[in-house]
Design a protein around this ligand. Sequence first.
Ligand code: MSP
Length: 635
Amino acid sequence: MKKKFYITTPIYYPNAFPHIGSVYSTLLADIIARYKRLMGEEVVFLTGTDEHGQKVYEAATKAGKEPQVFVDKIAAKFESVFKQWNLSYTIFMRTTKESHKESVQKWILLLEKKGFIYKSFYQGWYCVSAEEFLLEKDCITKDASGTPISPLSGKPAIWLKQEAYFFKLSHFQEQLLSFFENHKEFIIPEERTREVINFIKEGLKDLCISRLKKDVPWGIPFPGAEDHVIYVWADALNNYITGIGYLFNQENFESTWPADIHVMAKDIFRFHAIYWLAFLMAADLPLPKHELIHGWLLVDNKKMSKSLGNVIDPEEILKTYELDTVRYYLASLSTSQDATFSHEDLEQKYQSDLVDNLSNLLQRVTILAKKKGIKDFSLSAFKQEEETILTKKKQELHAFIEKELHTTYGIHKIIQEIIIFSNGLNSYFHNQEPWKSKDNEKFKTIIYSVLEGLFAIGIYLLPIMPEKMTILFSKLSIPHHNLTFSDALKTFTFSLAENDTYLFEKKEIKKEIEIPKEAEIMTASFPSITIDEFLKSVILVGEIKRVSDIPKSDKLYLFTVDFGSEGRREIAAGIKLFYQKEELLGKKTIFSFNLAPRKLCGITSHGMTLMAKNETGKPELIIISETVINGARIG
Ligand code: MSP
């Protein structure tokens, strides 16, 4: 039997309604799941709620509700929001399910039998919010009464001394170390592997995996010790195996486990990289293949969180924007770093990528074909070099996406490459000037090539914008059921539907970003700014991989710039009069990375090349040393 592709998200605490942060992780997993289905995999996709523990118990008490009644209501809300967001999970896991509770208890008994669990005493500072005992080094900051402030939550810790059960985490120190030394591909992005290795090298202490029932009444009873409950992380992490039948539906379990990828944000990655792997090692179970760690979604440079009151409500936002627009925007944010959610940025991306680049191209082609009275387009023998180049670019894009989905799952990088391809398709259309063509065969070839490119984009963006891309297929009269990833490279007959609606409607953008004129910059005084303001500007090191001419401009070059884990982008630079292409190729320099995209001479620049003038007034590239990695942030 072929193993299923198994992907998971964290299971979320149902102490409050979901915000866009929990939707974000689930969306990333959804997109990967949809790509894998397109590629022919049978996908098991688990998400859900982590319903036990002190934090949830306190929230229920505060609300004056029985914990079970309280979590039932919030879990239902999670499900309805996830459905509204078109998140295609196959399992909504809840840790209050009987099957989960029984399996976790059996797992404890198994580990006890193997000698990995023992009884002793625990005392120490405990962070209620993070449900974790603090390490010595975490207890440095104290409040006026001398109580340590937890660096995990920013709140005062509490002192706990109790009889407890321990898991022999220290026993797995060497095994974990050797695993990470030999599996650099396990954590994505790979840079974080070092962090884990250093943590393990500091020495792993045994882990307390029980709480006294009198302190935490809301948990799975510890088997054989009625006055204890199982520590919420030992309960929760196991959901990834109990959710697919561990110790009660072995057949299902074996066709699904190990997970191919666990998705989560960096806050809980240590639990997954260390405790979870050690738990699995102790139970003699195979280890997952990857853990994808993304950054936080920030608002005003702060982590979005209920306590800071800066959360974006996932239901509210859909009253302002269409679902697929927000899905696209979130998916385009870098997964490897924290990313700021901004309405302005969302609207800019909508305009430049979806309206200008995609929707307008489809509309122009449709209008042109209608004028000529031609509806159906299929592959013709007439092919020039330009069409061959286009096909080659498509094949490269196809291979790139496939590789990403087998290695580092860089969804934002996939989007960037699709946009580069779609820019190329726009340029092809402009340069070929089919509206001038007297030759019908040539006209048909040009339109066919554009439609073929748009169709491929439709497949590549289908996992990200499932509803919109289905509309795109219907505009081309291609039935969308049973489409596969490899169809993007096949030939079809496209029949343009009689339908004048735009795929993405042009929206009024609130304001154009004004670029101050040079003279103003020179004469302006420089008012001081705060560090927060400074940090809003993201300046990254990038390597110029390709330099192209822009047909309508004698001043601009278009660079394809590699930003390492941030992917590649196309950025214009007004230095054609000063530099030969060869002088620029392969150079590392600095770019403004989060400047809103700008249209210049028919192309869109996704950032700005930062330069300084020399004494003759020539703009010079700021050359960065070879040893600096692509994508490194200046600051
Ligand atoms: N219940 C634990 C996880 C147990 S998994 C076995 C937990 N729950 S949580 O509700 O706090 O969810 C944390 C996760 O929610 C993060 O790891 C991330 O996936 C997601 N996010 C919560 N806030 C987020 C942002 N502001 N930005 C990005 N992701 C966010 O920890």
